[in-house]
Write a protein that binds this ligand. Structure first.
Ligand SMILES: *Cc1c(COP(=O)(O)O)cnc(C)c1O
Ligand code: SF4
Length: 390
């Protein structure tokens, strides 16, 4: 990878959890040489040691038949890759294997008849390559194609074909020119792939160029690095972002177990630089599709001062049939949060369509009767809210 020639951005001591005790890694059954263990908290080491084959994955834990076959049969169909950090979490997890399901390929990805490659028709909503312009005041700018972990449910699985795109100079220049020539764009959402997979310099240059455009008010990043590669979110990176405020970051935890001490450190590095954090999850079968799991996730997010923002209903993405949840189940899970956890811990339940996001939250307004509304409370009791005009 081209980025590996640059100097590591890792600062010793910041992620002390693994760094100071390499034995804590080897003790978990993961065979790392002493020098590898020392470099475990270096994010570039993590990227260059991304696990892409069954034989390497097997050194972490035995694979089941679905996974074994997934590694071979999906070759050339969907990209596979997991950071040593995230695979270590998978090795440690008890029970259902929510992390494993998100990260390891499974043969059943081949058996999805309904799935689409580009469910949001993003290509047709991109006036220039990799700028998705659906709302008048904001765009999604996909600057990176690579990710530390290739989430099995990703709705940008089609990116797997787009080898050339990674902070590609022409794509970035054309995107910046489009944004600069559209004064209505106030909010630029930098996404990918994972935009934090790039070097500090690339991110700093992109931010500097965006800040030269007077009508851009808000810059947001969508990144899964706090989950899949927390060592990337160094204090140095946070300082670069903070130099271009207002910068917001949305991350992507799907389960409470993913919020490890390393993830908390990454979150803290951003928060301590005044960067507000939100979380977007995807509702996924066997991963977070119960009221208890969703509640645990939302609670742990707010304890870490991350505001739950959206929970996405899973798209009809090719290769994801085994992870999909029905709309009824989704509405039931999301409804169960209201009244049971802090209001600001409750994200909106969203289905994304080619022309924008639509909230699917339970509708407590049952009917209109004249100007009055017939409403239901969280206990299922029915009320009439009188429309009393002054
Ligand atoms: C999700 C999305 C946004 C941001 O939407 P918010 O609801 O403001 O978070 C912007 N543009 C596109 C194309 C998107 O998909
Ligand atoms: S990090 Fe995001 S873009 Fe990358 S594979 Fe996961 S869901 Fe997709």
């Amino acid at each position: 990878m081209s980025t590996s020639t640059e100097t590591p951005a890792y600062s010793a001591g910041e992620f002390a959890h693994f760094a100071q005790d390499p034995a804590s890694i080897t003790a978990q059954g993961i065979r790392l040489s002493a020098s590898d263990a020392e470099r475990f908290t270096n994010w570039r080491w993590q990227i260059t040691h991304q696990i892409t084959t069954a034989s390497t994955a097997r050194t972490y834990f035995p694979l089941n038949q679905e996974e074994e076959r997934g590694f071979t049969s999906l070759e050339g169909l969907f990209k596979t890759g997991v950071t040593p950090y995230y695979l270590t979490l998978a090795a440690q997890e008890q029970g259902g294997g929510a992390i494993r399901l998100q990260a390891l390929p499974r043969q059943e990805e081949e058996d999805d008849l309904l799935g689409l490659m580009d469910p949001l028709q993003e290509k047709s909503h991109s006036p220039v390559k990799e700028v998705v312009h659906v709302y008048p005041d904001r765009v999604a700018f996909c600057v990176a194609m690579l990710c530390p972990v290739y989430c099995r449910y990703c709705y940008r699985k089609r990116r797997d074909e787009e080898e050339g795109l990674h902070y590609n100079r022409k794509i970035v220049e054309d995107g910046l020119a489009y944004i600069a020539s559209n004064p209505a764009i106030k909010d630029v959402l930098i996404t990918g792939g994972d935009p934090f997979i790039a070097s500090d310099q690339s991110i700093e240059t992109l931010l500097r160029r965006l800040r030269q455009i007077p009508h851009v008010e808000i810059i947001r990043f969508g990144t899964r690095t706090p989950v899949t590669l927390p060592y990337r979110v160094t204090k140095e990176l946070a300082a670069i972002l903070a130099a271009h405020h207002p910068v917001w970051v949305n991350t992507h935890f799907n389960t409470a177990e993913e919020i490890t001490p390393e993830a908390s450190q990454a979150i803290n590095n951003l928060l301590s630089h005044g960067i507000p954090l939100g979380n977007q999850s995807v509702l996924l079968k066997g991963i977070n599709d119960s009221s208890a799991k969703m509640m645990a996730l939302c609670r742990k997010l707010i304890i870490n001062r991350v505001r739950p923002y959206y929970v996405f209903h899973p798209h009809l993405v090719a290769g994801t049939a085994h992870l999909r949840v029905s709309l009824r189940e989704g509405q039931g899970i999301m409804k169960s949060l209201r009244g049971n956890i802090s209001g600001f811990a409750i994200p909106r339940y969203i289905v994304d369509t080619p022309s924008g996001k639509v909230p699917l939250d339970y509708n407590y307004v049952l009917a209109a009767d004249g100007d009055d509304l017939i409403i239901e409370d969280i206990h299922g009791e029915i009320w009439r809210e009188r429309d009393v005009q002054p």
